[in-house]
Design a protein around this ligand. Sequence first.
Ligand SMILES: C[S@@+](CC[C@H](N)C(=O)[O-])C[C@H]1O[C@@H](n2cnc3c(N)ncnc32)[C@H](O)[C@@H]1O
Length: 218
Amino acid sequence: MEHIIQQTADGSATLFVPDMDEHYHSVKGARTESQHIFIEMGLRASHVPKPHVLEMGFGTGLNAWLTLLAAEADRREVHYTTLERYPLSPEEADALHYADSPLFRQLHTAPWETDVRLTPWFTLRKLKTDVLSYHPTEMFDVVYWDAFAPEKQPEMWGEPLLQTICHSMNPGGLLTTYCAKGCIRRRLQSIGFCVERLPGPPGGKREMIRATAANRKC
Ligand SMILES: C[S@@+](CC[C@H](N)C(=O)[O-])C[C@H]1O[C@@H](n2cnc3c(N)ncnc32)[C@H](O)[C@@H]1O
């Protein structure tokens, strides 16, 4: 996938994919968006002491990096499974200048398909796979649904895949996403999630979605 680095409104970089006419993050602020949607509304809203996190789309590693920082700051053990079909090279990730830390590079150089304990608080498991053929083998407490937008990659937002993810979530598990579209909200509800509309990131979209896996209709 060809991509071009672009600066976003909060000074952090993102990638633009010309073939899809799509960005990896919000142009209103990549880091601000990730921190709000996934860390504050997802990870930190979960009361599980040692959460298992699943990320759809490792991409630049920004969500993983902010999760590692939160795990360190909160002194809370996080196990982080992330799926990616089109990995960036470590050099491409470095060029985004998200962090001047060897730990950020290790997110990208860590081997695939195995657990790597990057710090006492953060264990990474990267799976190089197509999410459409992913069969979860563990249960998750927090899910970061960070696929490209439904208009660009509708299959990432289809009922079969979201149902598979729902079945791999512990009761009370939280799925967050930047997408607040009514059709996605209704789909999540019909699968059995309890869905909330929450304020979006500062300076960004008005709303986001948080879906709680009840593992029953609510
Ligand atoms: C919106 S970007 C996610 C950005 C990422 N979370 C980050 O912090 O940089 C979507 C990601 O999904 C990946 N992706 C697209 N199709 C996929 C597929 N079928 N299976 C797994 N990953 C896929 C893309 O390569 C891209 O990294």
